[in-house]
Design a protein around this ligand. Structure first.
Ligand SMILES: CC(C)(COP(=O)(O)OP(=O)(O)OC[C@H]1O[C@@H](n2cnc3c(N)ncnc32)[C@H](O)[C@@H]1OP(=O)(O)O)[C@@H](O)C(=O)NCCC(=O)NCCS
Length: 147
């Protein structure tokens, strides 16, 4: 059985490992940041085993950032990434009118997933983490007419 639940305090070090093993250097997380009060971390669990993680970071009173969305390699391509985004959209819109995320321009799986869930390009951060890599800012509004 697969569930998405808030990460418990004693799971945070494992969550940090799962994120950092699956995400580019520039987007890694430290154990201290994982405990920040602005960040809610969630785990995707299959029969009690953590197979993915995601987070919602408070940014402004109107907007939160969806962060650290990862599915462990052997579990990809089975719909779990989509399930996590659906979960974050539902959770995020409980408290915010705008959700956004940043995705490397060469990360085709994440870009395709985000656009299929209604995220739209809002901006491009050029040469952002590295000289050769651009990063899209993608957003989704609770009320479509806000954009
Ligand atoms: C991005 C990620 C979370 C997707 O997880 P996943 O469980 O494999 O995704 P799903 O199986 O739910 O697929 C959902 C959609 O993503 C897209 N997608 C997934 N894998 C893809 C691939 N290899 N190539 C292109 N598109 C892909 C497709 O649009 C897919 O929908 P479809 O199956 O209807 O075609 C996963 O690839 C991952 O953990 N990547 C490394 C970490 C990362 O880059 N996170 C995003 C940071 S912004």
């Amino acid at each position: 059985m697969v569930d998405i639940v808030r990460a418990q305090k004693d799971e945070l070090d494992e969550v940090v490992e799962v994120i950092n093993e699956n995400i580019p250097l520039a987007k890694r997380i430290t154990p201290q940041k994982a405990r920040s009060k602005d960040l809610k971390l969630y785990v995707l669990k299959m029969d009690g085993k953590i197979i993915g993680c995601c987070g919602i970071r408070h940014r402004t009173q109107n907007a939160c950032e969806l962060v650290h969305g990862v599915v462990e390699k052997e579990y990809r391509g089975k719909g779990f990434g989509r399930k996590m985004i659906e979960f974050m959209i539902e959770e995020g819109f409980k408290d915010y009118n705008k959700l956004f995320m940043t995705v490397n321009a060469n990360n085709e799986p994440a870009l395709k997933l985000a656009s299929s869930m209604g995220f739209v390009e809002e901006g491009l951060l050029k040469h952002h983490f590295k000289q050769e890599s651009h990063v899209y800012i993608l957003s989704k509004f609770k009320h479509d007419n806000t954009r």
